[in-house]
Design a protein around this ligand. Structure first.
Ligand SMILES: C[S@@+](CC[C@H](N)C(=O)[O-])C[C@H]1O[C@@H](n2cnc3c(N)ncnc32)[C@H](O)[C@@H]1O
Length: 228
C-alpha cells in the first residue's frame, strides 16, 4: 500500500465512519469502554499542550498552526485564550464540525480560521505549529516528510504527538475500528521516538519538553521542539 493510498484512505475514513466515531469520542456522546478510555487519554494530551503554551506565553496574538485540527479540540481553546489560530484538516466533515462548535463556543470567532487542507499543502509562517495525534495515520518515511514540512512553517516551536513503538502493538486489534482500514490490518502506525527526534533535529529543532500519556488503550508521546 503506498502513501497516496494512505492519504486517500485516511481522508475517506474521516469523512465517513471515522468522523462519527471520533466525533462521539471527542464531544462526549455515548461511547463504549475503550472509546471512553481513549477520550480520557486524548483529553490529557490536549490539556498538556494547552498547559505548556499557557505557561510560556501570553497567548494573545500568538500565531498558531493546528495541522490536522479534527473537531477543534485545541484550536478552539487556543482561540478563546487570544491566539490567532490557523486550523486545518484533510477531512471536510471534521472542519465543518469544528467550525460549528467554534461558532457556538467562541466570543471571538475571528481568532480562528478553518480550512480543509492536507497538512503537506500548508504554507505561511507561524510562531507555533501543532500536530496532535495525526502521525499515527502515516508510516515513518511519510511522517518524516510531514514533520519536515511542519518545521518549515514554524518560526520558533513545533509540538507533535505520536504513538510510540514500544507499548502499542498489543492494543491495535482492540481499537481497530477507530482507525482506517479493515480492523484486522489496522492502519495505525507507531513511531520510534529516536526517528522523530532525528528528523526534528535535522530540521534545526531541539527537544525542550516531553510528556507521555498512557491509559489502557491510548498511548501518546508528546514532544515540544524549539528552533535552535
Ligand atoms: C485522531 S484525529 C486528531 C484530531 C486533533 N488533532 C485532536 O487531537 O483533537 C486525526 C485527524 O488528523 C486528520 N488528518 C489525517 N491526515 C491528515 C493530513 N494529511 N492533513 C491534514 N489532516 C490530516 C484527520 O482527518 C483527523 O481529523
Amino acid at each position: 500500500m503506498n502513501v497516496a493510498d494512505d492519504k486517500t484512505i485516511v481522508k475517506e475514513y474521516f469523512n465517513s465512519v471515522g468522523f462519527d466515531r471520533w466525533k462521539r469520542i471527542y464531544e462526549g456522546g455515548e461511547v463504549n469502554k475503550v472509546q471512553l478510555d481513549i477520550r480520557n487519554g486524548h483529553q490529557q494530551t490536549v490539556e498538556k499542550i494547552l498547559g505548556w503554551l499557557k505557561a510560556d506565553n501570553n497567548l494573545s496574538g500568538l500565531s498558531i498552526c493546528d495541522a490536522g485540527c479534527g473537531t477543534g479540540n485545541l484550536s478552539i481553546p487556543l482561540a478563546e485564550a487570544g491566539a490567532k489560530v490557523y486550523a486545518s484538516d484533510i477531512s471536510d466533515k471534521m472542519v465543518q464540525e469544528a467550525k460549528e462548535i467554534a461558532s457556538n463556543a467562541l466570543k471571538n470567532p475571528e481568532n480562528v480560521t478553518f480550512a480543509v487542507q492536507d497538512l503537506e499543502d500548508l504554507n505561511g509562517s507561524y510562531d507555533t505549529v501543532i500536530c496532535c495525534d495525526v502521525l499515527i495515520h502515516y508510516p515513518q518515511d511519510k511522517a518524516d516528510e510531514m514533520i519536515s514540512h511542519l518545521c518549515s512553517l514554524s518560526q520558533s516551536r513545533v509540538i507533535l504527538s505520536f504513538a510510540p513503538k514500544t507499548c502499542f502493538l498489543t492494543i491495535l486489534k482492540k481499537i481497530g475500528s477507530l482507525f482506517p482500514g479493515p480492523s484486522k490490518t489496522t492502519r495505525a502506525y507507531q513511531h520510534r521516538e529516536a526517528d522523530i527526534v532525528k528528523i526534528l533535529e535535522t530540521n534545526g529543532f531541539t527537544i525542550q519538553r516531553q510528556e507521555m500519556t498512557s491509559t489502557r488503550f491510548y498511548y501518546s508521546r508528546l514532544l515540544e521542539a524549539k528552533r535552535k
